[in-house]
Design a binder for this molecule. Structure first.
Ligand code: HSE
Length: 444
């Protein structure tokens, strides 16, 4: 059979990885896919650089629309990123009857409903393994491998930049700003790291996993998003003294009244495997009712790890594109006509309805009765305390200090209840600084 013809939009780090891995492993990939997979055309604004990567045998253009317009191209790979031109090009490729492979989590988390419905109407596939956790085949695992399960929750370290920063803060005792600069110098963090450090990138990925796990449309606008910019080295140290590590987790969970969808720093017991995922690595834990807990670990970014996921999608399309569209694996695992109905039974919950446990750090005056007042407020709100740690005043503020840190771990409570208790504690004259609140996930 003639090799399937692929057009590549954008040949940066990931695109060149796709080209190189396809070249290097072409014979094995052909045997797996049942036919060859050939990059026939590349569009990139930097035509010369693109040409230097792909050589003379591939047509290189600076206009992505020329790839979409080429009737010989079967699959378009979108590696441009962002919501702007990438969205227009993906929709145009679908309208032209091309299958699409994309690594663009932002695009799918925000515009997935429109894109998937356009693809279903046209009978083409939109594959996106590379959009979540790079080289880890988590989309395949959730959509196919775990299809027998009622998924209960997913918790993932799905942003390598922030995991690298947190690992460095913990192991070297450094503050966020210092480590961020180092991460940028080493090329782990982008020059503009906003999406990573503010949790937006992780929330895009969590949104996609949430839709696949629970059979609901992608709803990024309902995700709670909190990054790591406010974390202090001190909290990482106190957490460690209590037997926890702080990780930026993307969490989605089935609750009584709906689905939790949230990204924020979380205390995780140090003994959990996921707490020991360090540096730029990614890991996702999935809890299903039949299988129990499963863990997926690997590189969440980088040229060839991400290419590995993109090429897996190309192979899937090469194998399946002749199948009846109604009987292919659905984009979000559940049949599309069931997604919006499920939203009524499984709405994404507001953060005030989320139930979790907490780490609180209060900078307080070192006086009699302070602890009693604080614990009295928690008791009054029905919040049960799990552990309390009080530092010596001189350890916190130096010799003759009259202030100290009070660290409290709580049992599960509703976020709205905790908001009220924190407001009351903050109003005490003996509480001297804004209270730090970090959510705690036991993941058991
Ligand atoms: N910027 C992401 C990360 C990789 O740091 O993990 C691409 O999503």
């Amino acid at each position: 059979m003639k090799p399937i013809q692929v057009g590549l939009l954008g040949i940066g780090t990931v695109g060149s990885g796709v080209f190189n891995v396809l070249q290097r492993n072409q014979e094995e990939i052909r045997r797996r896919a049942g036919r060859g997979i050939e990059i026939a055309m590349v569009a990139d604004l930097d035509v010369e650089r693109a040409r230097s990567i792909v050589g003379e045998g591939v047509q290189v253009v600076n206009d992505a629309r020329a790839v979409i317009a080429n009737p010989d191209i079967d699959i378009v790979i979108e590696l441009i990123g962002g919501y702007g031109i990438a969205k227009a090009l993906v929709l145009e490729a679908i309208a032209a009857g091309k299958h699409v492979v994309t690594a663009n989590k932002a695009l799918l988390a925000v515009h997935g409903t429109e894109i998937f419905s356009a693809a279903s109407a046209k009978g083409v596939m939109v594959a996106f393994e590379a959009a979540v956790a790079g080289g880890i085949p988590i989309i395949k695992a959730l959509r196919e491998g775990l299809t027998a399960n009622r998924i209960q929750w997913i918790a993932g370290i799905i942003n390598g930049t922030t995991n690298f920063i947190l690992s460095e803060m913990r192991s070297k005792g450094l503050d966020f700003d210092v480590v961020l600069k180092e991460a940028q110098r080493l090329g782990y963090a982008e020059a503009d790291p906003t999406f990573d450090i503010e949790g937006v990138d992780a929330a895009h990925k969590a949104t996609i996993m949430s839709a696949i796990a629970f059979g609901i449309p992608v709803q990024f606008d309902k995700a709670y998003v909190e990054g790591i910019t406010q974390l202090s080295a001190q909290d990482i140290k106190y957490a460690e003294q209590l037997g926890y590590r702080i990780k930026l987790l993307g969490i989605t969970k089935r609750a009584d009244k709906g689905v939790e969808l949230r990204v924020h720093p979380s205390l995780v017991p140090s003994k959990r495997l996921i707490a020991n995922v360090e540096g730029a690595m990614n890991a996702v834990v999935v809890q299903g009712d039949a299988v129990g807990t499963t863990l997926y670990y690997g590189k969440g970014a980088g040229s060839e790890p991400t290419a590995s996921a993109v090429i897996a999608d190309l192979v899937d399309i090469a194998r399946l594109h002749t199948a009846d569209p109604e009987h292919r694996v659905p984009h979000l695992a559940f049949q599309p006509n069931t997604l919006t109905d499920a939203m009524d039974a499984l709405p994404v919950l507001p953060m005030s309805e989320v139930v979790t446990s907490y780490y609180l750090r209060l900078r307080v005056a070192d006086q009699a009765g302070v602890l009693a007042k604080v614990t009295g407020i928690l008791a009054g709100a029905g919040i049960s305390i799990d552990a309390v740690l009080q530092r010596e005043a001189d350890e916190v503020g130096g010799e003759d200090s009259t202030q100290t840190d009070l660290i409290i771990l709580t049992h599960d409570t509703r976020e709205g209840t905790m908001d009220g208790a924190i407001a009351q504690m903050q109003a005490l004259p003996t509480v001297l600084a804004p209270i730090t609140r970090i959510r705690k996930e036991e993941l058991n």
